[in-house]
Write a protein that binds this ligand. Structure first.
Ligand code: HEC
Ligand code: HEC
Ligand code: HEC
Ligand code: HEC
Ligand code: HEC
Ligand code: HEC
Ligand code: HEC
Ligand code: HEC
Ligand code: HEC
Length: 445
């Protein structure tokens, strides 16, 4: 008989009862997904005899406290309960361990060393993980980016098939502000109310293929995977919805209180991919600073010079700018609201001086994919450089390229003028018709 183990969860108040109820339901439904309660073998029990003690800890060489207690109960209930301690801890000296003080350089160093053991049993996951933004940051020396054990506790890990209560999602610890925003937005609330249908962090960002959020279109594509008919439904009121989906990130309209800006991304003209800096060769910041004169932000001439230099230094590459409207912070990207509050008014973007176009940044993807930005003067958007290198990123009405406004007039005219044309035609021909009718009624035949 398999048992249910909800005991590992923290005590809950009334407010969180909803989360617990949702979790309980899924736990009941998925009780087969729980690890079987096993009798641990003698070697494990021997380790635990010393280590299942509250407050057991040691000092690292750096002076940090390294907690050493491992709960027998939690381990017996974990997915690793058939794995022996020594499968992962294979470098302990049985003769001296626990009797002679050992040395651990730092918590991070210990953690990195221990995470190197996962590969022997989870090869595929490790291979995928190596391409993530977190893994690239770790390779670059980051002390803070997430490693396996930052998201999974090897001694207590439960089946991923269970519903994770949102306040226990591993990402929350490090991305606290984003988590707070998410938990109050349309998906966070829906997740608590109705469970797994609504996305948790990893459903939009993935768990082991996490890349920088603004790199490529992967996040947008996951939105569309769940909201399958969204392309069609926007088409009903938004002209060329596909172009809007390319040039406007979803949160720009769906986080109604967010601040917006134009992001000019450096892309390769040939494959359309964002230009990524090579690790160890910081190029963008140096060049952009060199190009920028006194005032903060590149003006038209400076931008032109920068692009020219950049092309020269990256021989053969054809660099162009790809414009996109986006929200100004990661927190704002997680303040999605119900559809009735979404931006529908064309004038938010399509009018002279529209606020989203008052802030402009130029971006290159850093070696780990995260954006490196530099500010640009907003006037650049209406300039000739823009026309040349942005392949016509403009939002009609909002820039100085006046002739483009006529395009909007024409498009709107296409919609609005049809009924007007009917009315005008009716009026023009009314007199003629009346005369005809009068003539007909007089006609004796
Ligand atoms: C006799 C008690 C005892 C037993 C049995 C024992 N440990 Fe320990 N363990 C300790 C003590 C005490 C420390 C802290 C050593 C120090 O202060 O330097 C420790 C430290 C550790 C550490 C962290 C530092 C390091 O040396 O890497 C790990 C990991 C560890 N033990 C795992 C195990 C495992 C796995 C087993 C079973 C194979 C085990 N222990 C058996 C007492 C014990
Ligand atoms: C699936 C692999 C795995 C198994 C099995 C495992 N451990 Fe660990 N253990 C780890 C990892 C990974 C860490 C480092 C966690 C971190 O990043 O700080 C660790 C850390 C520890 C520590 C240091 C303190 C801590 O909790 O971070 C102790 C003590 C320890 N393990 C004891 C044990 C004992 C005793 C057993 C068997 C009952 C065991 N481990 C089974 C992977 C494992
Ligand atoms: C940033 C957090 C994070 C990191 C880092 C991470 N994982 Fe995961 N992992 C998750 C989440 C979330 C899930 C739940 C499943 C899902 O939503 O895809 C998961 C699921 C799993 C699973 C079960 C499902 C599967 O894909 O096989 C395994 C095994 C696993 N992780 C191992 C690892 C190992 C090994 C590493 C290090 C190489 C690692 N994880 C690094 C978050 C993380
Ligand atoms: C000696 C082999 C072994 C090692 C080493 C190992 N694991 Fe596992 N792991 C397992 C087994 C066996 C399971 C249960 C898998 C199953 O039934 O799918 C498991 C399950 C998991 C799960 C839950 C998967 C699920 O489907 O819910 C996660 C997460 C996980 N391991 C993470 C890690 C991490 C992180 C490390 C490295 C610190 C690690 N494992 C090292 C053998 C291992
Ligand atoms: C141990 C801490 C830690 C955990 C846990 C963690 N992250 Fe991160 N993550 C970081 C750090 C540090 C950065 C780099 C700083 C930043 O950009 O916010 C980062 C960066 C990122 C980025 C790239 C940011 C960008 O500019 O696009 C994404 C996306 C991300 N994390 C998603 C997640 C998700 C999703 C989870 C959970 C599945 C998670 N992280 C768990 C520490 C963590
Ligand atoms: C130009 C602003 C704008 C952009 C860009 C935009 N939306 Fe919308 N969206 C709206 C508005 C306004 C509504 C409400 C329409 C209505 O009145 O029914 C809406 C409705 C929705 C709905 C509710 C159901 C439906 O299909 O009508 C979903 C889901 C949705 N959008 C998802 C997305 C996704 C995913 C993206 C990015 C790929 C996106 N939206 C981009 C403005 C926008
Ligand atoms: C509904 C899908 C969705 C969910 C759920 C989601 N995110 Fe995001 N996330 C996004 C989008 C969209 C962006 C902005 C991408 C862009 O710039 O186009 C983003 C951006 C980010 C960034 C980069 C922030 C920055 O500074 O630029 C981080 C980090 C991040 N998310 C972490 C998380 C974490 C942690 C969670 C869970 C608490 C989470 N996300 C949940 C869609 C999601
Ligand atoms: C895992 C599936 C999933 C993903 C991925 C996802 N959503 Fe949702 N979304 C939902 C569910 C479920 C709801 C709540 C039920 C509903 O209204 O459809 C919802 C609701 C919404 C709503 C409110 C709709 C309304 O009727 O008021 C908007 C807007 C929305 N999502 C936009 C997005 C955007 C933008 C993204 C990507 C950044 C995204 N969603 C990613 C599942 C998802
Ligand atoms: C959140 C800002 C925003 C909103 C709201 C918005 N647009 Fe746009 N629109 C843009 C951007 C950005 C472009 C892309 C310009 C480009 O192609 O470079 C665009 C492009 C267009 C185009 C040219 C499409 C093409 O085929 O190239 C038309 C027409 C248009 N919008 C009409 C509208 C109408 C009508 C509305 C209201 C129903 C609207 N837009 C709402 C930002 C917006």
């Amino acid at each position: 008989m398999k048992k249910l183990h909800l005991l590992g969860w923290p005590a809950v108040g009334m407010r969180k009862l909803g989360i617990l109820m949702a979790g309980l339901f899924v736990a009941l439904a998925a009780s087969t997904a729980l690890a079987e309660d096993v009798e641990l073998d003698a070697p494990e029990l021997a380790c635990l005899k010393c280590h299942d003690k509250d407050g057991l800890k040691m000092k690292t060489d750096k002076g940090e406290n390294l907690p050493l207690s491992v709960s027998t109960k939690a381990f017996a209930e974990s997915m690793h309960n058939t794995t022996s301690c020594e499968d992962c801890h294979d470098d302990l000296d049985a003769k001296t361990h626990g009797k002679v003080p050992s040395s651990v350089e730092s918590k991070r160093e210990f953690s990195l060393k221990m995470n190197a053991t996962c590969v022997s049993c989870h090869k595929k996951v490790v291979a995928k993980f190596d391409e993530t933004v977190h893994a690239k940051m770790i390779k670059g020396g980051s002390e803070k980016a997430a490693n396996c054990s930052d998201c999974h506790n090897s001694h207590t890990v439960k089946s991923v098939k269970l519903l994770t209560p949102i306040d226990q999602v591993p990402c929350a610890r490090c991305h606290e502000e984003v988590f707070k925003a998410y938990s109050k937005d349309v998906h966070g609330l829906e997740r608590v109310a109705n469970g797994k249908k609504a996305p948790l962090c990893a459903d939009c960002h993935s768990s082991h293929s996490i890349t920088a959020a603004s790199l490529g279109d992967s996040v947008k594509e996951t939105c569309i995977q769940c909201h399958k008919d969204s392309a069609g439904s926007h088409e009903k009121w938004l002209p060329n919805a596909a172009r809007h989906f390319q040039a406007v990130s979803c949160p720009v309209c769906h986080a109604p209180d967010a601040q917006r800006r134009v992001n000019l991304r450096l892309v390769d003209k040939v494959d359309g991919k964002q230009i990524m800096e090579k690790s160890g060769v910081p190029q963008f910041e140096r060049m952009v600073k060199a190009a920028d004169g006194v005032q903060p932000g590149l003006d038209e001439k400076e931008l032109k010079n920068f692009l020219k230099e950049f092309k020269l230094e990256n021989e053969g590459s054809k660099v162009i700018l790809n414009g996109r409207l986006e929200v100004r912070s990661g927190v704002q990207a997680h303040q999605l609201s119900v559809k009735d509050e979404a931006i529908k008014d064309c004038r938010v973007c399509h009018k002279a001086g529209a606020t989203p176009f008052q802030t402009v940044v130029l971006t290159v993807a850093g070696p780990d994919g995260r954006p490196i930005r530099h500010s640009v003067e907003k006037e650049v958007l209406g300039s000739l450089t823009a026309i040349g290198s942005m392949q016509g990123f403009y939002a009609i009405g909002s820039t100085r390229i006046k002739w483009l406004d006529y395009l909007l007039v024409l498009v709107l005219a296409g919609v609005v003028c049809v009924p007007i044309a009917h009315l005008t035609a009716n009026r023009l021909f009314k007199n003629k018709r009346d005369q005809l009718r009068a003539a007909q009624s007089k006609d004796p035949s």
